[in-house]
Design a protein around this ligand. Structure first.
Ligand code: ADP
Ligand code: MG
Length: 266
């Protein structure tokens, strides 16, 4: 169907996994695009100094652009940095610039250093959005902690490769610490299996292990490995507009539909 149900309240979903290259950014961008294309108002917060989510959404993020760095470090308002993503109506982005790399250190001496993103989101009318998706850098530093404190839900993308589960224990321990001390509401709501290669026995085995371990928070939809998915960012597009009929676009649309319809444990 064209329009999906919209949540009663804005869902703030942090997309984290301290491993690099597991599909955090790809999933943030394409889930956000799918949700927006089905009638939701969606904001992507780019919290990675590389700014890959900004790039993939076609949003300018050269050094002078007002960015999430200014929000976290200079107390700028979210409203002053959020811009529309040019390709898709209802989709917005809080861009990241390279100076965000320094924020990891600069945050250390700030008051309420773990809660600065939460405060900025609280001060912003996030209620006009149905979803806020926060794309994290590949570390468990203060930027990711800010995202865990700022979110209500955690989505963990897991690449269907050897060593996929390595490091997840550390991530879950960090989540438990954040829950105990900084954000009681946080819950692992969604796990998404990414870069699935149906030809390999290994991918099937990893998927089975993840399902056995995490149960029904794992989305039924798995994202296949697809060249179109990896090409889209260089055109400043999500795969949803770059090649809507591709296997990757269809899978991301299915996964987003599961999220919108409460397919994972809410
Ligand atoms: P992360 O944000 O976790 O570091 P990315 O989303 O940037 O990971 O993905 C890592 C790389 O893998 C990127 O080059 C991306 O284009 C590619 N990639 C991600 N998902 C897929 C997929 N389903 N099929 C093919 N390539 C993918
Ligand atoms: Mg990334």
């Amino acid at each position: 169907e064209r329009e999906w149900p919209r949540p009663d309240r804005c869902r703030v979903i942090t997309i984290a996994n301290q491993k690099g290259g597991v599909g955090k950014t790809t999933s943030s961008v394409n889930l956000a695009a799918s949700l927006a294309m089905h009638g939701a108002q969606v904001l992507v917060v780019d919290l990675d100094p590389q700014g890959n989510a900004s790039t993939a959404l076609g949003v300018d993020h050269h050094a002078e652009v007002p960015s999430i760095y200014d929000v976290l470090i200079e107390d700028m308002a979210m409203a002053d940095i959020v811009v529309p993503a040019p390709e898709i109506p209802n989709l917005f982005c809080a861009p990241a610039t390279l100076n965000l790399a320094g924020a990891e250190i600069e945050l250390v001496s700030k008051v309420a250093r773990e809660s600065r993103l939460r405060r900025a989101l609280d001060a912003y009318e996030t209620e006009k959005f149905d979803y806020v998706l926060i794309d994290c850098p590949p570390s468990l530093g203060l930027l990711t902690v800010n995202a865990l404190v700022g979110g209500d839900e955690l989505l963990i993308p897991i690449q269907c490769e050897y060593y996929a589960l390595e490091g997840l224990g550390q991530l879950i321990r960090t989540v438990d610490l954040v829950k105990a001390h900084l954000n009681q509401k946080l819950k692992v709501s969604t796990i998404l299996l990414t870069m699935y290669d149906a030809r390999t026995r290994l991918a099937a085995q990893v998927a089975e292990d993840v399902r056995n371990h995490f149960g029904d928070v794992v989305l039924n939809t798995v994202i296949p490995r697809s060249v179109r998915v990896s090409e889209a960012p260089s055109y400043g597009q999500s795969v949803m507009t770059y090649d809507p009929g591709s296997s990757g676009a269809l899978a991301y649309s299915e996964a987003a539909s599961e999220m919108a319809h409460g397919g994972s444990a809410q």
